[in-house]
Each structure stands twice: as C-alpha cells, then as structure tokens.
Design a protein around this ligand. Structure first.
Ligand SMILES: [Zn+2]
Ligand SMILES: [Zn+2]
Length: 156
C-alpha cells in the first residue's frame, strides 16, 4: 500500500466521500462508517492531534470505537497519503494539512502551530544532502515557548 501506487494524488484538501471511497477501493480496503468518522475528525482538527486525542473526541459519538481502531485507521490514512505523521517529543501526532507548511512547537504545552515560509521553500537544499540519499520532503520545526505559556510563566 505505497503512496506512489495510488492513482489519486492527495490534493491537500479534504476529500469528498466519493473521492475517499475511490481511494479505499483502489487499495482494496473497505470504507467503513468508523473510518469515515475518523477521517472527518482528523480533517476538522487544527491541533495535530494524537490518536488518543482523536479517540477522546469520537468516543461519545461512537461508543464502540476503540483506541486501537483509531490508531490503525490513522496509520492507514498515512499510508494512503491522506494525512501526515508528525513526531513530537516521542509522541506521534497526525496532520491533515498536506500543503507545504512548517511547525512551531511549544516545548511546554506541546502545541504545534502551522506557519508558511515561502522564502525557505524556494531556497535550494544543500547539494551534499543527496550524498545521503534521495530527498523526499523537508519541513522546518522551530522549537520555542508559545505566547500563552510565556504569559503563564511570567505570572509565576
Ligand atoms: Zn505553549
Ligand atoms: Zn501542520
């Protein structure tokens, strides 16, 4: 189930139900009701949630859903190129935004804030990178302390 085997290229936008069905049909997977719910939940999320966070959001609406199902479904979505996996502080989080963007990560509250940096995107990568192998993707991760946490720290 590799990305490049798919005929439908991820557009970066949320797929319609029929587009999503096509993606699943192509790889011979069933688009179950739970998978649709998980897809809707991750696409609505702006906070790069973990599987646990998605599960917490869904379990009221879908009491039969399990954390394991959510985790496995998000991994399937990643393999299908529908979401991206983000590794932050040993945690796996998921990003539904496939467009080119970068992340500001707060060291205290672990918040991930999206930002764009077109100047960086246009900048050629150092040539010696290709000595290590083929570059597939690159993204900047800025670590810092977000404004809210800064305010909280000042009050202490
Ligand atoms: Zn913070
Ligand atoms: Zn992001």
């Amino acid at each position: 189930m590799e990305n490049n085997k798919r005929k439908i290229k991820p557009s970066g936008k949320k797929l319609s139900l029929s587009e999503l069905r096509k993606v699943f049909e192509e790889v011979g997977l069933r688009l179950t009701h739970q998978r649709i719910m998980i897809y809707d939940a991750i696409c609505q999320a702006k906070d790069h949630p973990s599987a646990e966070a998605v599960y917490e959001r869904l379990k009221k609406k879908a009491p039969t859903i399990s954390l394991d199902t959510v985790y496995r479904t998000l991994s399937t979505f990643e393999q299908l190129g529908l979401v991206k996996r983000v590794h932050i502080f040993d945690h796996i989080r998921f990003d539904p935004d496939l467009s080119r963007h970068h992340h500001f990560v707060c060291n205290i509250c672990k918040r991930i804030i999206d930002f764009s940096w077109p100047e960086f995107d246009e900048f050629p990568l150092p040539k010696h990178l290709w000595e290590f192998g083929k570059v597939l993707d690159h993204q900047v991760e800025i670590r810092g302390i977000c404004k809210e946490c800064q305010k909280r720290e000042e009050k202490k």
